[in-house]
Design a protein around this ligand. Structure first.
Ligand SMILES: Cc1ncc(C[n+]2csc(CCOP(=O)(O)OP(=O)(O)O)c2C)c(N)n1
Length: 407
């Protein structure tokens, strides 16, 4: 007997899961198509599975219980965030992974090896697996097991789906999304950078800028990329509204997208590096597409991988403002000076985004720069406490049903 998409999604929704984020697989076709057609269930299209995990992790920080759907071929794309984001910060996600190349199944050659190692690979990266429900009768118990495991460990959990598990469902809805090119605003065009990066960070992190621009008492949230940017932010001043993405290079902007989409009343600023932004440029595509008006993407471009010894990146031949405009950001601008940076942040926090500020900064950093002394789990807990209380209270129903809190 096959699983019915409606039954599975109804139960998942009842238990508080969503949004569903992923990259399709033919085994997932009926489930994803059904979700797309359901107006009350959200499906976020990701460009790759690593991005899906990062967006989902941001959504989790914002109080959601996301699900990531992927083919096992995409496991390679999620190893980095699973090991250096979800494991480190203890961010649980439910993964639905299809099992291409299952032994005994006639499948394509490209799935053979991944089919053999799917369970082992997930086990190695500390993701507990169970088979996806085989019939409607099994759904509730399996979902409850997953919730209980994630509540107890705060680690991701995977359902592995065999071929032909879910009954047929044909997609009815086709979305037409008009493309609107973003505006590239007049910036500055000096020959060389003027600001030290830590000076630029101090301007972005200045709470007086945010309080002038935001509603009274509203806190802006800052998500900073791996390496010395997070370290400089921490040593500028450590605060609960700052989330230091210590690993998962390039994922900070996707995490910020997940937070921004589900905390629309908060201003979300991502402090990115040029190396990080270039490592995962798919993030700019999704930010432009999903268009959170509360997101400000700041790329601190020192044309180098400063954190690993100052090696050059390829950013000198990239126009980030052009890319942002072409991806549909509301505005983008290139700045060099402290005054222009402060003015631009002020404007971006008032006007609807998403916005990109490309800040050219000097190379170099303090040789004695330390590392955050607060642990990733502490960072996560205080960040969620700061932004998330009303949502989590609203979701108390699930916790009591399954005996335990989700985080
Ligand atoms: C996937 C991955 N590859 C490589 C590294 C090593 N690494 C840590 S920080 C960093 C450079 C980041 O560059 P950028 O975002 O420009 O920031 P900056 O180093 O200039 O502070 C690299 C390569 C890593 N952490 N993760």
């Amino acid at each position: 007997m096959l699983v019915t998409s409606s039954k599975f999604i109804d139960l998942m929704t009842e238990k508080g899961f969503g949004p569903h984020i992923g990259v399709p697989c033919s085994f997932l076709k009926p489930l994803i198509n059904y979700i797309i057609d359901r107006k009350d269930v959200e499906y976020i299209v990701a460009n790759n599975e690593g991005e899906a995990v990062a967006i989902a992790s941001g959504a989790y920080l914002a109080g959601k219980r996301p699900v990531v759907m992927l083919q096992n071929s995409g496991l390679g794309n999620i190893i980095n965030p699973l090991t250096s984001l979800n494991y480190v910060f203890k961010i649980p996600l439910l993964l639905i992974v299809t099992w291409r190349g299952e032994s005994g199944l006639k499948d394509e050659p490209q799935h053979e090896l991944m089919g053999q190692i799917t369970f082992d690979l997930l086990k190695v990266v500390r993701v507990k697996c169970d088979e996806f429900p085989g019939s409607d009768d099994e759904i509730e118990e399996k979902i409850t097991d997953a919730i209980n495991y994630m509540s107890q460990t705060s680690l991701p959990y995977a359902f592995i789906m065999h071929k032909d598990t879910v009954g047929r469902y044909e997609l009815q809805t086709h979305r037409d999304v008009p493309f609107v090119r973003g505006k590239i605003l007049d910036g500055e065009d000096f020959e060389s950078p003027m600001l030290e990066r830590r000076e630029a960070i101090a301007i972005v992190a200045d709470p007086s800028l945010r309080s002038k621009a935001s509603l009274v008492q509203e806190k802006g949230l800052i998500i900073s990329t791996t390496g010395k940017i997070s370290r400089e932010l921490f040593y500028h001043e450590d605060k609960a509204n700052q989330f230091y993405v210590v690993g998962s290079m390039g994922c900070a902007s996707s995490i910020a997208l997940g937070v921004a989409l589900y905390q629309p009343e908060k201003k979300v600023i991502v402090l990115d590096g040029d190396g990080s932004a270039l490592m995962r440029m798919e993030a700019m595509v999704s930010i432009g597409h999903y268009h959170p008006s509360n997101l400000l993407h700041v790329i601190l471009d020192n044309e180098s991988h400063e954190s690993t010894g100052g090696q050059a990146t390829l950013s000198p031949t990239v126009q980030f403002t052009e890319i942002a405009a072409a991806c549909g950001y509301q505005s983008s601008v290139k700045v060099f000076s402290a005054e222009k940076l402060a003015d631009t942040i002020q404007r971006c926090l008032v006007e609807k985004g998403p916005h990109l500020i490309h800040v050219k900064v000097k190379r170099g950093s303090d040789a004695s720069l330390g590392r955050p002394t607060v642990t990733p789990v502490q960072v996560k807990e205080r960040f969620m406490k700061l932004i998330d209380l009303p949502l989590r209270q609203a979701q108390g129903k699930l916790s009591s049903e399954v005996k335990g809190s989700f985080c």
